[in-house]
Each structure stands twice: as C-alpha cells, then as structure tokens.
Design a protein around this ligand. Structure first.
Ligand SMILES: NC(=O)c1ccc[n+]([C@@H]2O[C@H](COP(=O)([O-])OP(=O)(O)OC[C@H]3O[C@@H](n4cnc5c(N)ncnc54)[C@H](OP(=O)(O)O)[C@@H]3O)[C@@H](O)[C@H]2O)c1
Length: 332
C-alpha cells in the first residue's frame, strides 16, 4: 500500500510517498481502507519533532481517518468488514491503510461523507471537552474564539452556538473573520500578526471589550498563544474562564498572574488527547454525541480543501502557512 511518510524530521516538502507493507490487525484492532484523513496542527508539529507524541521514524502523519473496514483482529465484534467507520489514530492516517483501535472506532451514519467523518474528531472533540467539561459554558455567555477560522476555531464557533453562547471571532484577516461569521459567529475582529507592540495589544483587549458590551469574555478560547494571550487575558470578565488550547502562533506565552486575581478569572488547561486516554468512556460518549449532532445536521464541520494522498505534504503546508480555513482533508 502507498503511504505519505515522514522519513526524517523537517518540512512537509521532504515527506515521501512510498510503497510499504499492509499492517496486520492485532487483538482489538481493525484494518481500515482509508478514504479520507483530517489534517490537524499536531501533524505540522509532529513532522518537525516539536510535538509531545513522537511516533518512531518513518511514520505517516494524520491522526484521524474515515474509511471502510478491511480486516478484523482478534476479539473485534462491534464492527464488520465493509462497514463505513471513522477513528482517531494519533498518526498513520496519511496512507491507503491504517490500524484503528476497535474500541474507539465509530460507524459513520449514512449521509455523512468520509471527508466530514475524518475531520471532526480531533477539533470537535477538543472544543466539546473545552467548552463543556472545562469551561462549563452557559447559554447567553460571551465566548471569544481566537484563530476562529482554523480547525479547532471553527469547531468552537459551532459548538459555542449550539450551547447558546454569543460568539465573537478573532482572526488575522477580514476574510477569515467573514468565514467565522458565515459559520455562526455573531461578531468578529481582526488582529495583527505577531509580534504585537503595546498599542496593538491594547487594541486587541479593547476590541474584545467593545464586542462584549464592555463586559469582557466570559470564556476565551485560545489556540494561538504568543503575544495574543496577555491582551486577551486582560479582556476577561469577572468569573471568566480562559482556555489554553494551543500555541499555533509560535511562542508559549508567560502571563502576569496578578491578572487572574484582578479579574477573578481562571486560566484552564485543555488537553483532549490526554483526557481521552484517562477517561476513554467519557471521550467515547462525547464522540458519539458529536457524531449524532453531525448526522442530525446540528453541527456542520466545514471542509475547505481536499488534497490527494500524493500531495499530502501540501495539505500540511497549508496549516503551517496559516492558509487553512476550517479543515483540510487528505483524500485517498
Ligand atoms: N489542547 C488540545 O487538546 C488540542 C487539540 C487539537 C489542537 N490543539 C492545538 O490547537 C492549535 C490549532 O490547531 P488547528 O488544528 O485548529 O490548526 P489550524 O487549523 O491551522 O488553525 C490554527 C490557527 O492559528 C492561527 N495562527 C496564528 N499564528 C499562526 C502561525 N504562525 N501559523 C499557523 N497558524 C497560526 C491561524 O489563525 P489566524 O491566522 O486567524 O491567526 C490558524 O487558523 C494548535 O496549536 C494545536 O496544537 C490543541
């Protein structure tokens, strides 16, 4: 079978398409013929050896797939050969075949395409865990989403709206803010690229306050970090929850802790993958709930690009260059 391989750490252009042996499903595993693989920022980090999970070289990036069950390992009874399924794999998805843990595999409902099924698990799982479990977002609260037109950002908008929040989208271009509004955000603002000078930081805080009727954010969803974090924290409402999702803008920010005291707010860490490992039942229940909402049309994951497996590196490059909108999917 063909696989897009990271043979050494480096830029996506150095990935190679190679023929490799088909993997054999072991106990509680299924072999899946991949039809689509969702691309996530961790793929960008993994191929550069900058991510906390480090698959052994050579490996295929791609942490979530949808496809057709090809073969069952010992002890698998929840799916059968020929079923349309999706599963989070962590890596290995940018290939014609991949092994999935049968206990995490979900059947894809009729009417849900492979592209959508392959691209909601990581982002919607993260945002569901963030907004429900970690922030306890309430109807009517102000939710401010940074990086709002990206993968986790667009999922936070949709889930925020589904939970009854007023959603404010922040992004680096007007085009991205417009997309965020099209996907449900009530309002939005444009922020400049890093580094931000003091005036730009002040402006970011003021934009958030202005768009939340002077109150500030009840919940702030931050997948970007860097110079955006401190001005965003300065624009929190009393009792606000500042969600640390990621650091796509590059640097891990350091913030003055007195801000949490002054605002009576919390800084809350969010790590979907680690939560799923610690509490697989809760993660599986969350996933099923989300898939049911997708099947019912209550959530509509936005896939902007379909890239063939032979050009998998280009798909990762789009995220790396801040060009991805919603989700980019590698198709097989
Ligand atoms: N905590 C968790 O459990 C969890 C789970 C999944 C992902 N994440 C993290 O969430 C972040 C976003 O992941 P994603 O898959 O949504 O990625 P994505 O689709 O590429 O979105 C990232 C967004 O970050 C913004 N950004 C700012 N500076 C950037 C830069 N220098 N390069 C690229 N993007 C930049 C971009 O929006 P603007 O151009 O509008 O700023 C972009 O839309 C990553 O840090 C990822 O590791 C965390």
């Amino acid at each position: 079978m063909k696989a897009a391989l990271c043979t050494h750490y480096g830029p996506p252009e150095e990935m190679e398409i190679r023929d490799v042996p088909s993997p054999k499903p072991g106990k509680n595993q299924v072999l899946i013929s991949v039809k689509a693989c969702g691309v996530n920022f961790p793929d960008v980090l993994m191929i550069q050896d900058k991510y906390q999970f480090k698959p052994a070289l050579p490996f295929s990036p791609g942490g979530e797939v949808a496809g057709i069950v090809k073969e069952l390992g010992e002890g698998v009874s929840n799916v059968k050969v020929g079923d349309r399924v999706c599963v989070s794999t962590g890596s290995g998805g940018m290939a014609e075949e991949v092994l999935g843990d049968a206990r995490r595999v979900m059947k894809v409902p009729d009417g849900v395409g492979f592209d959508v099924a392959s691209s909601f698990m990581v982002t919607y799982g993260t945002s569901w865990h963030a907004l429900k479990d970690r922030a306890d977002l309430k109807p009517g609260e102000n939710l401010v989403v940074l990086g709002a037109a990206g993968g986790v950002g667009t999922s936070a908008i949709e889930i925020g709206k589904a939970l009854g929040a007023r959603v404010i989208a922040g992004a680096s271009t007007q085009e991205k803010v417009d997309l965020a509004k099209k996907l449900g955000a009530d309002d939005g603002f444009v922020y400049p690229p890093v580094p931000l000078n003091r005036d730009q930081q002040k402006q970011l805080s003021e934009d958030i306050k202005r768009l939340t009727n002077g109150q500030g954010a009840d919940v702030l969803y931050d997948p970007v970090g860097d110079d955006y974090a401190e001005p965003a924290l300065r624009a929190m409402n009393w009792n606000g929850r500042y969600l640390v999702i990621g650091f796509a803008a590059g640097n891990i920010p350091k913030v003055p802790l007195n801000l949490t005291l002054l605002k009576g707010c919390q800084i809350v860490g969010v790590f979907w993958g680690a939560m799923a490992a610690r509490d697989p039942k809760h993660a599986a229940d969350s996933m099923q709930q989300l898939l049911d909402m997708v099947a019912a049309g209550k959530l509509k994951p936005y896939v902007s690009e379909h890239v063939p497996l032979a050009k998998a590196g280009e798909a990762i490059r789009m995220l790396m260059d801040r060009k991805a909108k919603g989700k980019v999917v590698v198709t097989v």
